[in-house]
Design a protein around this ligand. Structure first.
Ligand code: NDP
Length: 240
């Protein structure tokens, strides 16, 4: 029987690469997304992977979404908490709503999805959870107090939940990507991006597939001794 995997934000960008890699590796994949139906439809047509729409910031919808996936594919073995948004602005300009939205989606989404699968993973004695953090949660970034706080929170969340799952066959790890060539980074002004790339030792942006490669390693049945860790995939940028 194939392992069943949910990838949140799994229809485009890094999430698409993760969904496709898991599918190719033999997992039964459900790709979640928030609202971009057109991109989700195109993703399903390309990949043959079903897309499921729900907001990860909404706990009740996560519970219902997980139940729907479990009915279609079987109990969920793997959750990749990849859904994320930015609402950048300096402290002077950031509204409380921009703080809440980013925290609720990036960090609250991890809680909601983990809570929705936790009892079932405990009962079956197996689970693989991978949370997508960010180099900006490790180092901070100008104009991103909301995003840096959420991503930094993911790293603490990962370690704390890993302790709860460790003796039960459930691993919980994080990946902290550096700058990856997706829609999210396309929104960064060109002049700022040029400065960012200059600080990446590998000398280029990362590819979504390079994050997917790390996810495949962490979710493998054979990776049961890796838990509570953060894998930095950033072209060497963490050395600065
Ligand atoms: P994209 O903006 O390209 O894609 C985001 C995906 O998340 C989309 O599928 C989107 O759905 C989904 N999503 C957003 N909000 C929600 C929500 N509330 N509920 C469900 N799904 C949601 O992002 P990236 O691929 O660039 O980023 C993926 C992850 O990697 C994020 O967590 C991001 O913070 C992190 N990251 C990215 C980096 C980069 O350089 N790109 C660097 C470091 C970390 P829809 O299509 O419907 O909008």
């Amino acid at each position: 029987m194939s392992r069943v995997a949910i990838v949140t934000g799994g229809t485009r960008g890094i999430g698409e690469a993760i969904s496709v890699s898991l599918g190719k590796a033999g997992y039964a994949v459900a790709a979640n997304y928030a609202g971009n139906d057109e991109r989700a439809k195109a993703f399903t047509a390309r990949s043959g992977i079903a897309a499921y729409k729900w907001d990860v910031a909404d706990y009740a919808r996560c519970v219902a979404g997980v139940a729907k996936v479990a009915t279609a594919l079987g109990p969920v073995d793997v959750v990749v908490n990849n859904a994320g948004i930015t609402r950048d602005g300096t402290m002077r300009r950031m509204e409380r709503s921009g703080w809440d939205h980013v925290l609720d989606t990036n960090l609250g989404g991890c809680f909601n999805m983990c809570k929705a699968v936790w009892e079932s993973m405990l009962a079956r004695g197996f689970g693989r959870i991978v949370n997508i953090g960010s180099i900006n949660g490790q180092a901070g970034q100008y104009g991103q107090v909301n995003y840096a706080a959420a991503k930094s929170g993911i790293h603490g969340f990962t370690k704390a939940l890993a302790l709860e799952g460790a003796a039960k066959g459930i691993t919980v790890n994080a990946i902290a990507p550096g700058y990856i060539d997706t829609d999210m980074v396309a929104a960064v002004p060109a002049a700022v991006l040029e400065k960012i790339v200059a600080r990446i030792p590998v000398g280029r942006l990362g590819k979504a597939q390079e994050i997917a490669r790390g996810v495949l390693f962490l979710v493998a049945d054979e990776a049961g001794f890796v838990t509570g860790s953060t894998m930095s995939i950033n072209g060497g940028q963490h050395m600065y």
